[in-house]
Design a binder for this molecule. Structure first.
Ligand code: 13P
Ligand code: 13P
Ligand code: MG
Ligand code: MG
Ligand code: MG
Ligand code: MG
Length: 381
């Protein structure tokens, strides 16, 4: 049976500030989704929450980029926004960047991760959902899950995984993508995806037979809106077991927190903290960034789950480490590298402040221009 798993998410209003979702808003979004299950348009539909974002997890047989399915998500978020507005929640409808739906939610604000596959005799999948960060937050864990044998033992042990995986990498500035096959092109992959401000992994396929293994949302709100409208807060779907990384191999990268872009005003670097559903309420300095993992078994298209996979004391140490990293970074205050570098602040309100100061700069010594970096540049390695 061929099914499509579509995860579409949006921030349609925060409770309180940017820290959480109001139960009435969630209920409305759920209601719209469930009606579509009753009508037979969707096989199944659930919601997940991470911070102030809501994700619709939908199964159906309409394929990816379906106008029907995208339209359902858009309507659910619109109706949820009406409730947000009534309660005057913060940033009601924040991620709905257009007034009207035109066939596909891509480019309209919501984040989308969807894949179509033949349901296996047993189909475990994990939906990851992060708040206060950008799509490139998945770059490092996807590399570790699908290309680093020191994290994913299956790459060495499982004959179906031994040929490696192909990564599709999106250049979020140009909209162009490139496919790189690992292990052969591993270093080329890393040359790109280490530049987290620009490149984001879009999808991953198994080399032995071309099966889809993972898909991430790569929407960049600031590039769509041309201004700061909150962080993207991405979702990702990963298939697990029998020919894919085991559930524990998929989760393992999150046991060692790394630093991602986002946090306060989307303008800071901070540790990505793996948390239970209940702990996905970023409040300290609007963070630190959070990630939840919802595990499902798919049975004839039905979503059996979710299991709250980071609700495990084995991730307590990661949470502790993330707290420590947060303390260390917070010591920097408004200084880089806690605050993002200037180029990344382009879409925030900081340029307005800098503009005010522009006319007040003068030559420190009359007639003597300061050397530019270029004149003094020498070739080094
Ligand atoms: P169980 O024996 O608990 O099923 O574990 C199997 C396994 O391969 C775990 O990685
Ligand atoms: P969100 O993208 O989660 O709304 O965060 C916005 C923000 O500015 C937090 O400080
Ligand atoms: Mg928000
Ligand atoms: Mg958010
Ligand atoms: Mg956001
Ligand atoms: Mg078992």
């Amino acid at each position: 049976m061929k099914i499509t798993l579509s995860v579409i998410k949006a921030d349609i209003g925060g409770f309180v500030g940017h820290s959480g979702v109001h139960p009435e808003v969630l209920q409305k979004v759920q209601e719209v989704g469930l009606k579509e299950v009753e009508k037979g348009n969707l096989i199944d539909c659930q919601t997940l929450v991470c911070g102030d974002d809501i994700a619709l997890v939908m199964t159906h047989q309409h394929g990816v980029d379906s106008e029907l399915v995208h339209g359902i998500a858009w309507r659910a978020f619109e109706e949820g926004t009406a409730v947000s507005k009534k309660l005057k929640l913060y940033g009601a409808g924040q991620d709905l960047l257009s007034d009207t739906f035109s066939g596909n939610v891509k480019g309209m604000g919501p984040g989308v991760a969807e894949m179509e596959f033949e349901e296996r005799p047993s189909e475990p999948v994990i939906v990851f959902f992060a708040d206060k960060t950008s799509p490139s937050a998945w770059n490092l864990p996807l590399y570790e899950m699908f290309a680093d044998p020191m994290v994913c033992a299956g790459l060495v042990i499982d004959p179906k995984m031994h040929d490696g995986f192909t990564f599709e990498v999106l250049d979020t500035y140009t909209g162009k993508a490139v496919k790189l096959s690992t292990p052969a092109e591993l270093y080329d992959l890393l040359a790109l995806i280490g530049s987290v401000e620009r490149y984001a992994v879009k999808s991953v396929w198994r080399n032995s037979d071309g099966e889809i293994a993972a898909v991430a949302s790569t929407q960049r709100l600031s590039l769509i809106a041309g201004k700061y409208v909150g962080k993207d807060d991405p979702v990702m779907i990963v298939r697990a077991q029998s020919g894919f990384p085991a559930v524990g191999e998929v989760l393992e990268p999150f046991a060692r927190p790394w630093i991602v872009e986002g946090w306060m005003r989307g303008s800071h670097n901070g540790p990505l903290m793996p948390v239970s559903f209940k702990q996905a309420t970023p409040t300290r300095f609007d963070g630190p960034p959070r990630v939840i993992a919802a595990g499902y078994q798919i049975a004839n298209g039905k979503l059996i789950g979710p299991r709250d996979l980071f609700d495990d004391p084995a991730f307590d140490r990661a949470r502790e480490q993330a707290q420590l990293m947060a303390d260390i970074l917070r010591r920097q205050g408004i200084f880089e590298p806690h605050r993002l570098p200037s180029e990344e602040m382009e879409y925030t309100t900081l340029p307005k402040i800098l503009k005010k100061l522009e006319d007040r700069f003068y030559e420190l010594e009359e007639g003597k221009k300061a050397p530019t970096g270029e004149e003094h540049h020498t070739e080094t390695d």
